[in-house]
Ligand binder design. Structure first.
Ligand code: GBH
Length: 610
């Protein structure tokens, strides 16, 4: 019962019974907890038979959401968590020597609006990002992509730096309004098509394979004026656009990607409103957007498959982005469920219909429950017909994956639908983007998950990269560190876990317009000097490093060809020491937490004996 709590007096009440100290007889009144505890005692634990006595202890039914049965949670994610949860930090960071298979494709990525500029050149139409960026306060510092990196006028320069990197492929996107100013095939802009033809020819001459994304977020404004992705007619408009591109460019393209990161279009464009077209506040719109997008993807895939594949001999798929998430508290079922939901609501939203068929049960059940609880007559998530499910399932030739972050998840009920939030570990290294922390082991686990969950598809990592902000420092050791660690984890996924990874693509070629963050966050391997009107591309140190990894096809234990970036070949867990000896000292404090002093000392000795 509530009693005298030392120097706190009677202010802190620990009792299962409330004691009224105003009354001389000190009456005791049981609290709800007294009933509960009595019930536990009576049942000698937790009986499946519900006791009638303590109904009052239940919260109102409408506030309760059905929990997922533990046996279903978290399916293939559980396999991955079980496989890796026992890993020590040491194991996790362990540097692995080895190389990728022959023919592994190394590349670098960009996107049209972020680099091209020429926003109204030669008959180009307006995109939703042109309009968004020209509206005040939408982009940090009111930056815009009017000129960006001027890649529209710099094919030669861009191909020259790609050659310097020695990449085998270059991933870029087409600007839909550059080739179809009003979004439809009624009005074709030959100058726009010509730009891409010249770029493809230059890549071909340099022996660099193009990887072409049809849609990286810059929708023709004319289509948005008719509802954009919310209008069912989007599916046909996209198919027509794809048809034209396959027809006019397809003889020079062997790898097509329909959409880049559909979740960003759905959630950020039509949900949070921080991306063009900037619609916000409605929880239903993103699901309609996603629904039409999936259908449009499937139609473009079928079109290529039926009409172009035989003569052009290429492959086509979609690029889906995903964080990897794990339970914040591994002993808490709610956190397991939350982590599972985060994977299903990011990666699974699009992968499940395309690889496994239909939305996952978790998406369907959860969104329906949430919609009904909010008083809606039906689920916010539209349904596919049986025919649509069949038509969409299997529309992939590989799994295009963009990966950036790792999250520890916990349940949070007021987050609509997915009901979860993620946090990072504060010991992980920061970058130039607040949302991006360095946790390389996440990519290995995510690759394992894709292998298990989606039937071991061939995977191309289509984006992975890191940013900086503030003063220019071309010696980007943080990027070298990032790529070494992330690529090494991809190597482990391939060599140790048998994941079928076919290619790796760094993000990004140039410091470019980082969407709503403007030019403040720099992801490039090449710095673009914006104060010089010629916008020269200047290599950062990571260029040399990445070129060497490409040349070595990974991290061979011996026989590293020139230029050597590794100066020691010892086995210790922090590979960073082996490739950029003393320049890494800003990172050494963090490394210290991972490496024992002993290893630091041996690294030093090896270093000085070299
Ligand atoms: C990729 O998206 C894009 O494909 C690419 O265009 C982009 O430049 C690159 O990543 C780097 O962002 O500031 O908290 O609102 C990855 C998804 C998009 C996730 C921007 C973070 C901003 C989060 N990222 N987003 S926040």
């Amino acid at each position: 019962m509530d009693g005298f709590e030392a120097n706190q007096g009677y202010s802190q009440r620990f009792g299962l019974h409330y004691v009224n100290f105003e009354v001389g007889s000190r009456p005791r009144t049981p609290k709800q907890s007294a009933y509960l505890y009595a019930e536990i005692i009576e049942q000698n634990g937790f009986s499946s038979q519900k006791s009638k006595k303590f109904k009052a202890a239940e919260r109102p039914l409408t506030r309760r959401l059905a929990a997922l049965p533990p046996s279903e949670v978290p399916s293939q994610a559980k396999v991955v968590w079980e496989k890796f949860s026992s890993q020590s930090n040491f194991d996790r960071q362990m540097y692995h020597y080895g190389t990728f298979p022959e023919g592994f494709s190394w590349g670098i990525s960009s996107s049209a609006y972020q680099i091209e500029g020429g926003w109204n050149a030669d008959g180009k139409g307006l995109s939703i990002w042109d309009k968004f960026a020209h509206s005040p306060s939408k982009i940090l510092n009111d930056d815009n992509g009017d000129i960006a990196c001027d890649s529209y006028n710099k094919i030669e320069e861009d191909v020259a730096i790609l050659k310097q990197l020695k990449v085998s492929h270059y991933r870029f996107s087409l600007s839909w309004p550059r080739v179809l100013p009003d979004g439809t095939i009624n009005n074709i802009n030959e100058a726009g098509i010509n730009y891409y033809q010249r770029l493809l020819d230059a890549l071909h001459a340099a022996n660099i394979q193009p990887q072409v994304t049809l849609y990286h977020w810059d929708l023709p404004q004319a289509i948005e004026d008719y509802g954009g992705f919310l209008n069912d007619s989007f599916v046909k408009l996209f198919r027509d656009y794809a048809d034209l591109m396959f027809d006019r460019l397809g003889d020079k393209v062997k790898i097509w990607i329909t959409f880049n990161e559909p979740i960003m279009t759905a959630n950020h464009g039509y949900g949070f409103g921080d991306f063009a077209p900037g619609l916000k506040g409605q929880y239903t719109l993103p699901y309609i957007v996603g629904h039409n997008l999936i259908k449009a993807h499937a139609e473009a895939w079928h079109l290529y498959n039926d009409k172009y594949r035989a003569k052009q001999n290429g492959i086509i798929s979609i690029t889906i982005s995903s964080d990897w998430s794990e339970p914040r508290n591994p002993y808490r079922q709610e956190d397991y469920d939350a982590a599972r939901r985060v994977v299903e609501f990011t990666l699974g939203w699009f992968s499940h219909p395309i690889f496994n068929g239909d939305y996952s049960e978790i998406m369907k059940t959860r969104i329906r429950d949430r919609s009904l609880a909010a008083g809606l007559p039906q689920s916010r998530l539209p349904e596919f017909t049986q025919e649509e499910i069949k038509r969409i399932k299997g529309t992939h030739d590989f799994f295009g994956l963009n990966h950036f972050i790792f999250l520890f998840c916990t349940s949070l009920n007021f987050v609509p639908c997915r009901g979860a939030m993620g946090v990072s570990d504060r010991t992980w290294l920061d970058t130039g983007s607040s949302w991006l922390k360095i946790a390389p082991f996440g990519i290995r686990r995510l690759l394992n998950f894709i292998k298990n969950e989606y039937g071991n598809p061939p995977i191309i990592v289509t984006e992975n990269g890191v940013s900086e902000q503030g003063p220019i420092d071309l010696n980007d050791v943080h990027r070298i560190y990032y790529y070494e660690q992330y690529i090494n984890q991809v190597l482990k996924a391939y060599l140790l876990d048998g994941v079928d990874v076919r290619g790796y693509t760094a993000w990004s070629l140039l410091d470019n317009l980082e969407w709503a963050s403007g030019f403040s966050q720099r992801f490039g391997l090449f710095y673009v000097n914006r104060s010089d009107p010629n916008l020269p591309r200047v290599p950062k140190s990571s260029v040399n490093f990445y070129a060497t990894v490409i040349k070595c096809n990974g991290f061979p234990e011996s026989g590293v060809p020139e230029p050597r970036v590794w100066s020691v070949y010892s086995r210790f867990p922090c590979g960073i020491f082996s490739q950029c000896p003393w320049s890494v000292f800003p990172l050494s404090w963090w490394l210290y937490t991972m490496c024992s002093l002993h290893l630091l000392v041996s690294a030093t000795l090896l270093e000085t004996t070299e």
